[in-house]
Design a binder for this molecule. Structure first.
Ligand code: TRP
Ligand code: ZN
Length: 885
């Protein structure tokens, strides 16, 4: 809750800390109705901060100060100053120690930041600024310290006591309580601190590092989940090996622990040696988790593990540098997932996500640069821009340097900055120095917000046999109002001849023709590249692999897109050609709907997808991706003014047409794949993911036909599947179907079977919240009364409210504003309980500029109602006020 007027913090105001904390000794006494935290901070004046002894201003929030001591002197009330967020002391020497005791209340902490309880267990979340809710401290990432932690709790309720680093001792006390002490030999900022106490079981394994050290691996969960840890453990071992092989990075402690907790604001947290995870990002087994959930677990386990180097050993100087660790670590986990599964499919999924969600953020009121230069509440900047666009920026460095040059750069970065808290500039500098290149202009990607547009035009000179491509870049205004300068845009391209073969590429002025795919660096506002020796007008394949996070425009006609779908050697671009074709067709239908005309589908889309469906050579996951139409959220993002009804109607019309016209092909592939699924035990591996992906998208189309044999197949799959991927798809297909009796039965039996598994119930909520059938809001409101729902659990909020407002666009954007009112009520309620979650759920309302005047007015009215609703958290205040600015 806000205690003072929230104020903007600026990167330009950064100053080194006045004091340093060499050692941090913590003792926690955990009780049912309070916790005592004793801290001894061994401190000294920071020599880099100048002369004299300025006041020592420690951060602290919601702490009840019991005692404070400077060296041996117990301080009294006039020796220090205290306010709602600071404790100010007056050191009298360069070196001193500060001892404090505070009382805190994890048992009533619903914000899930600092020390809190999830069910019966105690756990922490300190990133970004949660440590100040645990004890008075210099809670900033450039203050790094050596931590020793003792935890004391009742033996019976909390047999397991964990913290960062290595265990150095434990024992019973004579009052039924016991203690454990942990020591972390690595210097770290407070945001990487963690503590866990609970009645937990663990799955154990070990890993031999590349230098032959043995590391104990443990995944701690509540006893009922002990059978759902193997996939995460396998993922962890693969991640450890991959980071050695691809980045040369070895793990550095004797033990690595993961703890699964049910109440968690985000996916997971990379605390040194003691990662804390949302249980949804750890637990996975065939019967209860989908293929997508298995892949998410693999990716998040890898992400948090990789932070051990990109984030922990080398950390951030300040929170404006967040992408230094997050963009780089997302890039690393994407490379890992690509290597474990299919590189092309991983890229397609990441790009579809980026274009839909990050592009929307970049075009909205919260738009910010990858390295923002101001913020009110840092929790609001754990964004798609910092994570996903940040990863794209690192990916462009990789594209420009090549794999080998990039590795030289990352080696230098880790070696040069090990143990330091650094900036995005330091990262780029290591890349430059290791490769002898100049990235001055490239760095605009870190400072300029907004998604660049790249308009491409061509011209062919038959007599000179030259082919020219002209690129014009521009970047729309963003709320920071800064002038945009040209970016460095790496554009990977190829040229196809009339048979679809690749042409060897030779630019004017070059000695000889070379590769058939190459990267052009577009660095100017307008720039032309001339290819020579081109016998006939080619067809360009542009931005292969999505080599830069831009909106590229080239005037392809539909026949050319069909040609690229067939012939492009770049798998990503084959998919993208299909998406562009679909977008053209859908936009035409949206226009027809708006004009009140009958909808007429361009038969070329059916022809193109029929040929994809019939291609048995193609990776089945690719077939599934190519059969997936651009989503309504993406169609919204690319609209000038999004017409919710027209988008939904047009897209549903195409889906029905495809279902009808491709019925036989879909049915044949469905049956073939389902037959394999029936006779194969579940395996969480790529080829099996691919088979089920195609099987399931086929089923979702087939059900649109309403044919009885499809209903029978769906029921059969629902009832007999041995895995959640097939069962949940069948459930979703039923939920979206007109078969009311079957739907009701399936929902009831699913809930009865899985009522004790909260993660499965989340899926059950989501499937219903996302259903576009009429009456969506009433269904969601009814589900909020279900015994398995609670507004205090972020996963539940995301599963029900997030899925409704984020995916069920036709219902959420109901013309009467009921969806908006509902969301605003919820945000007001959440603001008091959990500001981080409240502010995230608010995102759909911030996009009001995308809609028609009537909806804009309704959405703005709800934002204003939130603004006037009372004491706002800094989190909600920032998003609401920026949205209305
Ligand atoms: N550093 C975490 C991650 O990338 C993010 C995170 C976890 C977080 N929990 C949080 C950020 C709470 C803010 C608040 O992987
Ligand atoms: Zn991260």
């Amino acid at each position: 809750m806000r205690t003072e007027q929230p104020k903007m913090i600026y990167l330009k105001d950064y100053q080194v800390p006045d004091y340093l904390i060499d050692e941090t000794h913590l003792t926690f006494e955990l009780f049912e109705d309070h916790t005592l935290v004793h801290a001894q901070l061994v401190m000294r004046r920071n020599p880099a901060a100048g002369a004299g002894l300025p006041p020592l201003v420690l951060d602290g929030q919601l702490l009840e100060l019991l005692s404070v001591q400077l060296d041996d002197r117990v301080l009294s009330g006039n020796d220090y100053q205290i306010d709602a967020s600071h404790l100010t002391l007056h050191p009298a020497s360069e070196r001193f120690s500060v001892d404090t005791s505070v009382k805190i209340h994890p048992e009533t902490n619903t914000a899930l930041e600092g020390l809190y309880k999830s069910g019966t267990m105690f756990c922490t979340q300190c990133e970004a600024e949660g440590f100040r809710k645990i004890t008075y401290y210099l809670d900033r990432p450039d203050v790094m310290s050596k931590f020793t932690t003792t935890v004391i709790a009742e033996q019976h309720r909390y047999p397991v006591l964990l913290s960062n680093g290595n265990p150095v001792g434990n024992g019973p006390q004579d009052d039924g309580r016991h203690w454990a002490t942990w020591e972390d030999p690595f210097m770290k900022p407070a945001y990487l601190f963690a503590l866990v106490a609970g009645d937990l079981w663990c799955v154990e394994d070990s890993f031999a590092t590349m230098s032959g050290r043995n590391v104990a691996l443990r995944i701690y969960v509540e006893p009922e989940n002990i059978d759902k840890c193997q996939h995460a453990m396998n993922s962890l071992k693969k991640s450890m090996r991959w980071d050695e092989e691809v980045y040369g990075r070895e793990y550095d402690l004797d033990i690595f622990m993961i703890v699964a907790v049910n109440d968690f604001n985000m996916g997971a947290m990379e605390n040194k040696g003691l990662n804390i995870f949302n249980s949804s990002a750890v637990l996975a087994r065939a019967e209860t988790a989908t293929d997508a959930a298995h892949q998410r677990v693999e990716a998040i386990v890898a992400h948090e593990y990789f932070h051990n180097w990109s984030g922990n050993r080398v950390t951030c100087r300040d929170w404006f540098q967040l992408s230094l660790k997050e963009g780089f670590t997302v890039f690393r986990d994407a490379g890992f997932s690509a290597d474990m599964n299919s590189r092309t499919v991983k890229r397609i999924q990441d790009v579809a996500y980026l274009r839909t969600h990050q592009f929307a953020e970049d075009a909205g009121p919260m738009a910010h640069a990858v390295r923002p230069d101001s913020f009110i509440e840092i929790s609001n900047f754990y964004t798609l821009t910092v994570y996903e666009k940040g990863s794209e920026v690192v990916g462009m460095i990789h594209t420009l340097l090549g794999a080998e040059g990039f590795r030289k750069g990352s080696d230098l970065y880790f070696q040069r900055h090990d143990g330091q808290a650094v900036t995005c500039d330091d990262f780029v500098k290591a890349m430059e120095d290791a490769n002898g290149v100049d990235f001055t202009q490239f760095k605009r990607w870190y400072s300029q917000a907004g998604t660049p547009r790249l308009a491409v035009s061509e011209s062919y000179d038959a007599s000179a046999k030259t082919y020219s491509l002209t690129f014009r870049q521009s970047c729309p205004q963003t709320p920071d109002k800064q002038e945009k300068l040209p970016f460095v845009i790496p554009v990977e391209i190829g040229l196809l001849d009339a048979r679809g073969a690749e042409i060897a590429l030779q630019l004017a002025g070059e000695a000889a023709a070379g590769a058939t795919s190459r990267v052009l660096s577009v660095t100017e506002a307008e720039q032309t590249f001339i290819f020579v020796g081109i016998a006939a007008k080619p067809l360009p394949s542009l931005l292969r692999g999505f080599s830069a996070p831009v909106k590229l425009g080239f005037p392809y006609d539909r026949d050319q897109l069909m040609f690229l779908m067939q012939h492009d050697s770049d798998g990503f671009n084959r998919w993208d050609a299909g998406q562009q074709l679909s977008v053209q067709v859908l936009q035409e239908l949206i226009g027809q709907h708006q004009q009140g005309q009958a909808l007429v589908l361009d038969p070329r889309l059916v022809t193109a997808l029929r040929s994809v469906l019939g291609n048995e050579q193609l990776d089945q996951a690719m077939v599934a991706e190519m059969l997936s139409l651009p989503g309504e959220a993406y169609l919204t993002e690319i609209s000038e003014v999004a017409d919710v009804e027209a988008i939904h109607t047009a897209r549903e019309f195409v889906r029905r047409q495809l279902a009808e016209q491709l019925f036989d092909g879909l049915w044949q592939r469905y049956q073939a794949n389902r037959a394999v699924s029936k006779t194969t035990a579940y395996v969480a591996e790529n080829e099996h993911f691919a088979r089920r992906a195609l099987q399931n998208i086929a089923l979702s189309y087939l059900m649109l036909s309403g044919r009885p044999e499809v209903l029978a197949a769906t029921l059969e799959q629902f009832e007999t599947a041995d895995n959640m991927t097939e069962r949940l798809t069948a459930l979703a297909v039923l939920v979206n179907s007109p078969f009311e009796a079957e739907k009701a039965l399936a929902l009831a039996s699913f809930a009865e079977h899985f009522k004790d598994n909260p993660l499965v119930m989340d899926q059950w909520f989501s499937v219903q919240a996302g259903s576009p059938l009429p009456g969506g809001l009433q269904r969601v409101k009814a589900l909020m009364e279900h015994p398995a729902f609670t507004i205090r659990n972020p996963n539940k909020v995301r599963a029900l409210i997030g899925a409704f407002a984020g995916q069920n666009l036709i219902n959420f954007h109901a013309a009467d504003g009921s969806g908006y009112r509902f969301l605003a009520d919820l945000v007001i309620q959440l603001n008091a309980l959990n500001p981080q979650i409240a502010s995230r759920q608010l995102a759909p309302l911030t996009r009001w500029r995308k809609y028609d005047g009537a909806r804009q007015a309704l959405m703005k009215a709800e934002l204003e109602r939130i603004r006037g609703s009372g004491e706002l958290s800094a989190d909600v205040y920032e998003v609401v006020s920026k949205s209305l600015a």
